[in-house]
Design a binder for this molecule. Structure first.
Ligand SMILES: Nc1ncnc2c1ncn2[C@@H]1O[C@H](COP(=O)(O)OP(=O)(O)OP(=O)(O)O)[C@@H](O)[C@H]1O
Length: 229
């Protein structure tokens, strides 16, 4: 791909990110640059604390870099104000986390519906989108169950359905199989394959699991930067 990142789905250019814990500087990302191509599945690996979650947060517009430029799905995230960045995020990104992040008081269907509440769809259009997504992840018969009534693997599939109805082209996954047994992990990875190949989602996932990374088109390794006071 060309050096300007034109044509790339996501382009991270010379990005740095440092946190402060009191007076201690915690440099996390140190002038990193890479691109993600449209339709690519990219795995990010690296030891604990190497910045995988930080990087996902930057790509998803949850956090901002100290320096550098991040362009995703045609938008220069570093140039957007807070309101515009939040709107961009809701239209463009689905997030999948290790611990599912479902709202415990809501049924599976209501959890999946959440990203649609800001859309212009009416209740019956929302319901049919929700049921299509639950059907795709094999949970249409669990629509009225609350998260605590579902296994970990089923909860993660609800989270995948929620990311699917969000309709953005980018799926960001942080240790999506981290809390699952092998069989549930395989189901989740199979679903990612469907989302990638049939729905054209570009997927970036942070993982410690080499089997999961093997499902990606490419793996990027982060190394931990040294702290200093
Ligand atoms: N809000 C914050 N304030 C201060 N330090 C932070 C903050 N968020 C992350 N860090 C630090 O930044 C470093 C990178 O954290 P990050 O969560 O991105 O790593 P990671 O590679 O995802 O780790 P893990 O594999 O353990 O989830 C860690 O040292 C962490 O303590």
């Amino acid at each position: 791909m060309d050096a300007n990142g034109l044509g790339a789905f996501a382009s991270v250019q010379d990005v740095t990110k440092t946190y402060f814990k009191g007076k201690i500087r915690v440099p996390v990302l140190n002038h990193i640059s890479f691109e993600v191509q449209p339709g690519e599945v990219l795995a990010i690996m690296g030891t604990s604390g190497s910045g995988k979650t930080t990087l996902l947060n930057l790509l998803g517009g949850i956090d901002r870099p100290d320096t550098g430029r991040i362009q995703v799905a045609g938008s220069n995230l570093t140039a957007l104000g807070d309101g515009a960045l939040a709107r961009w995020r809701s239209r463009n990104v689905g997030f999948i986390f290790q611990f599912y992040n479902l709202l415990p008081a809501l049924s599976a269907a209501r959890n999946v519906e959440l990203p649609l509440l800001l859309s212009s769809l009416n209740a019956s259009e929302r319901r049919s989108r929700v049921m299509e997504a639950l059907n795709l992840v094999g949970l249409s018969d669990r629509a009225e169950h609350r998260p605590e009534e579902l296994s970990g693997g089923q909860q993660q599939r609800v989270a995948i359905a929620r990311a699917l109805v969000a309709e953005g082209d980018l799926l960001l996954c942080d240790e999506p199989t981290g809390d699952l047994d092998r069989e549930s992990s395989i189901q989740v990875m199979d679903l990612f394959r469907v989302l990638n190949q049939e729905f054209g989602k570009t997927i970036v996932m942070a993982t410690h699991d080499a089997d999961v990374a093997n499902c990606a088109h490419r793996t990027m390794h982060l190394t931990r930067a040294e702290s200093s006071s």
